[in-house]
Ligand binder design. Sequence first.
Ligand code: UT7
Length: 333
Amino acid sequence: MTRFSRITGTGSFLPPRRLTNADLVADLAARGVETSDEWIVERTGIHARHFADDAMATSDLGFEAACRALDAAGRRPQDIDLIIVATSTPDMVFPSTAAILQHKLAQLDEDAAGIAGAAAFDVQAVCTGFIYALTVADAMIRAGNARRALVIGAEVFSRLLDFQDRTTCVLFGDGAGAVVLEASEQPGIRSSDIHADGKHVGILCVPGHVRNGVISGDPLLKMDGQAVFKLAVGLLESAARQALAKGGLQDSDIDWLIPHQANIRIIQSTARKLKLPMEKVVLTVHDHGNTSAASIPLALDHGVRTGLVKPGQNLLLEGVGGGFTWGAVLLTL
Ligand code: UT7
């Protein structure tokens, strides 16, 4: 019998502090940086984003999203044997945010302590991280190496932003999204397609790192927005087409496109290339901004909880980001 993996529950969490464009514009003006609500809305479609308070770590956001996904799946932490966290903003250099999050779940109650021993690791593919993590979890489940996985995208990107650089600091936000992925006789995940090309490292990166106890290089986000934009549109189409071909479905079989939420113009042009009307695209970029690895599971959970996205529908998830990385997952919910 062929073994597949299937999403049985979704969850997400946004930190309570919400900054509208007006809030951010005022904050930046006080720092001598000029921007406007009009520019941000026209160029990106973003109206607001959420920023985590200092006390909140990536694992805290991921924990909340994971609890909600477990509730939705009717599962408890002790039912999970694999945890993968996609993040570029881990709590520590090591151990993984997944291990830290596992312990938070284990402390919920005596039974939940049974999650200790589950495999736990992070995946680092920036904004494509959740697509990579889902691909790895699906492969492990199909190979019989796991039965029930928590796959989480969680980020505190606000901490990487240079608030003197208006070309980047208006674009990003914090948040987390999660799914429970379980072994199933029915698909589930139908196909996935992931790629990277390291020659583009310089167009989207945080070059700094810790060396001998001090930060070496610039620890804030750098992006050549136009270069990223141009690459993203073509790569998203190609990943979508390859996932569809591998999964044996056509453009017209897609009920919902759930893209990485970086810029409404990138999303519109991908939808156009796939001949999908915008009514078939789940959108959260207006209220979340770009939350990197969290953006796709956040959008998925938004679609599910608002009743737009329903069991039995075909979803195409796709992402693109630093590395350069890109990829897509085709699934039936
Ligand atoms: O998650 C990973 C993927 N990341 C992305 O997908 C981001 C992809 N890139 C983009 O979304 C867009 O390139 C941006 C939103 C970053 C920028 O939009 P754009 O239409 O490519 O603008 P631009 O960089 O060509 O800049 C146009 C103008 C420039 O002024 P001049 O040179 O025309 O006088 C910028 O200096 O807009 C100016 N500008 C701003 N003005 C007001 C740039 N940022 C701002 C700002 N407020 N925040």
